[in-house]
Design a protein around this ligand. Structure first.
Ligand SMILES: NC(=O)c1ccc[n+]([C@@H]2O[C@H](COP(=O)([O-])OP(=O)(O)OC[C@H]3O[C@@H](n4cnc5c(N)ncnc54)[C@H](OP(=O)(O)O)[C@@H]3O)[C@@H](O)[C@H]2O)c1
Length: 298
């Protein structure tokens, strides 16, 4: 699968595909023949995006399904229906993500940024793993961010219960979780034909940071930065590259960056702060994530 290769029939899911880089990645992947499912958490926004993606890609082989990554029930319902309808999955793009000004909580009571940017995609990926394995060669793409460099991850307080909540720090931490998740997935999936990589789209002009949950100086910073950001089509290139480039066949556990902007969309770089992206921390995050999800099953 080179950048211009036909992706005919390849079955793909792009979460948060009703906006921004996810939507533009869906346009490109569908335009090359992939059968793309975008997910949205709002029916009207999802329907409107589906119409745009079909128009812009020239493909009718695109569908929209509802999925709220801040709800385990929604994730389980999505997967149950997906597995009933579909017999394969070639690429899962964990793209949906948000930055929040206040400490909100998910349906299960987890801090929202950690819950919806990491725990939800973690559960979704685990529930789809058997099908991805059976569809190998297959790929998992976690849309992380350069912001992972500022991530710390306080393992004794993943839920922000004993600290004053700081939205930007919670976001950075969640993006570091996306990188660590890909690292541990790659380790666990070695030899299965399923690869897992994280990528950074670059600083992109999207709906990011403009939701009603983002306020104050965070929102102001996003507005002021807008003229200096790249367009969403350009920001989607690293996602498309990670999902489809032939040169990445068999490549796993990498962080594919778009920084500096002059770099190729899939430039392979080491994540910043190797001590924060160690195999040991990746394994620990996996175990903690499993434990937290299991704690809500009782
Ligand atoms: N823009 C940048 O400069 C930049 C830089 C680095 C990394 N990223 C990453 O790129 C990814 C896509 O962001 P974007 O820039 O394209 O922003 P965007 O236009 O705001 O798109 C984000 C998508 O995620 C969805 N989403 C948010 N919370 C969700 C939840 N709980 N459940 C399901 N879907 C949810 C949004 O749905 P709604 O439309 O319903 O809100 C939207 O479809 C994110 O992971 C972000 O962290 C962006």
């Amino acid at each position: 699968m080179s950048e211009s290769t036909d992706l005919a029939g390849r079955r793909m899911i792009v979460t948060g595909g009703n906006s921004g880089v996810g939507e533009q990645a869906a346009v490109v992947l569908a335009g090359r023949g992939a059968r793309v499912t975008i997910t949205a958490r709002n029916q009207a926004r999802g329907d409107a995006a589906l119409e745009r993606i079909r128009r812009d890609s020239g493909s009718d082989d695109v569908e929209m399904r509802l999925l709220d990554l801040a709800s385990f029930d929604s994730i389980r319902a999505f997967v149950e229906k997906w597995l009933a309808d579909e017999d394969r999955l070639d690429v899962l793009v964990n793209n949906a993500g948000a930055i929040l000004s206040e400490r909100l909580t998910t349906a299960e009571g987890f801090e929202m940024t950690f819950g919806s940017n990491h725990l939800g995609p973690f559960l979704l990926t685990n529930l789809l793993l058997d099908q991805l394995r059976a569809s190998a060669p297959a790929r998992i793409v976690n849309v992380a961010s350069l912001a992972h460099r500022g991530g710390r991850i306080n393992f004794s307080d993943l839920n922000w219960e004993s600290r004053r909540y700081r939205g930007p720090q919670a976001y950075n931490d969640s993006k570091l979780c996306n990188v660590l998740h890909a690292v541990e997935l790659a380790r666990r999936l070695e030899g299965t034909g399923v690869t897992a990589n994280a990528c950074h789209p670059g600083p992109v002009r999207t709906g990011f940071g403009s939701a009603e949950d983002t306020r104050g100086y965070q929102r102001a910073a996003m507005v002021l930065a807008r003229p200096f950001l790249i367009g969403p089509r350009s920001g989607a290139r690293p996602l498309v590259h990670a999902a489809a480039a032939a040169e990445l066949e068999g490549v796993s556990g990498r962080y594919l960056s778009r920084w500096p902007l002059s770099a190729a969309p899939g430039a392979r770089v080491k994540p910043h702060r190797p001590s924060h992206v160690s195999a040991e921390r990746a394994r620990r995050l996996w175990e903690e994530s499993e434990r937290l999800i299991a704690s809500r099953n009782r």
